[in-house]
Design a protein around this ligand. Structure first.
Ligand SMILES: NC(=O)c1ccc[n+]([C@@H]2O[C@H](COP(=O)([O-])OP(=O)(O)OC[C@H]3O[C@@H](n4cnc5c(N)ncnc54)[C@H](OP(=O)(O)O)[C@@H]3O)[C@@H](O)[C@H]2O)c1
Length: 242
């Protein structure tokens, strides 16, 4: 395992850090001796498991459970002045555009775009002042380019919007040691995937083998360590095409 010494003792806020890709990143950060502030949605069991495993690496780790409703104040109180912010939370929505309701559009826009945007606006001045910051966002599969999505338009539109946020942050904050990048994963088998999803992931993955969270986490750590990678939209998708 590569050890990224520059990440040690950094305060890392991982949104959606109790499951899937977020959990793998949280644990990889723990192995690199970062101090963890792990957020999760509703599962106390997943939170306790993530905290226990993180602490087994000898680092400090605390947790916050909350459904994301667009408010950032609880996150700032939970982790004031983070050095690292990873936004790896759900929520996914598979609905064709003709079936998508006004509430679906609002919910997807709040959770997947407005919330990360508002959180970044709140933490960025501190990162700029301290001359260090790492922000990592998660797009959807193939949402790094403007294209149509027949079954996930509301989710994918919000995720595509994240690219504007990442590039805007890079534009104003790169000279202050702050980076903001996006990973657009392909089809990843997580503990949330049921048999139907796993079978879809296998069938669609060019290699026939879906990605695993640990693979995404390895690249995530490299991105978080790097001072020069900025405003990048990085597809880790095994060449999948939906
Ligand atoms: N998995 C894939 O194939 C894939 C593909 C492309 C992009 N992505 C993106 O990559 C990121 C990670 O995906 P993932 O599949 O590993 O995990 P995920 O299911 O999207 O997210 C899991 C984490 O988010 C929390 N969470 C879920 N809904 C929430 C809500 N409404 N409010 C607050 N917290 C919530 C979960 O907590 P609880 O467990 O307590 O609910 C858990 O900590 C996401 O942004 C996803 O959109 C994933």
């Amino acid at each position: 395992m590569v050890i990224y010494h520059r990440l040690s003792d950094k305060k890392a806020l991982i949104i959606g850090g109790t499951g899937g890709i977020g959990r793998s990143i949280a644990l990889a950060l723990a192995q690199n001796r970062a101090e963890l502030f792990i957020h999760g949605g509703t599962s106390q069991e997943r939170m306790e498991s993530a905290l226990m495993e993180a602490r087994s690496f000898g680092v400090r780790a605390q947790g916050l459970l909350s459904r994301i409703d667009g408010t950032v104040a609880p996150f700032l109180a939970f982790c004031p002045e983070p050095d690292i912010v990873v936004a790896a939370h759900g929520t996914f929505l598979r609905k064709r555009i003709v079936e998508t309701t006004a509430e679906d559009w609002r919910f997807m826009a709040v959770v997947n775009l407005a919330f990360p945007g508002a959180l970044i606006s709140a933490v960025l001045p501190g990162m700029i002042a301290r001359k260090y910051g790492r922000i990592l966002l998660f797009g959807g599969t193939d949402t790094g380019v403007i294209r149509g999505f027949s079954t996930t338009p509301a989710y994918s539109a919000a995720k595509t919007g994240l690219a504007v946020i990442a590039r805007s942050v890079a534009q104003i904050a790169a000279s202050f040691g702050v980076t903001c990048n996006i990973i657009c994963p392909g089809l990843v088998d997580t503990e949330y995937a049921n048999e139907e999803t796993k079978s879809y992931n296998r069938a669609k993955s060019p290699s026939g083998i879906p990605l695993i969270p640990e693979t995404i986490a390895q690249t995530a750590l490299h991105i978080l360590d790097s001072p020069s990678l900025n405003g990048a939209i990085i597809q880790i998708d095994g060449g999948v095409s939906l």
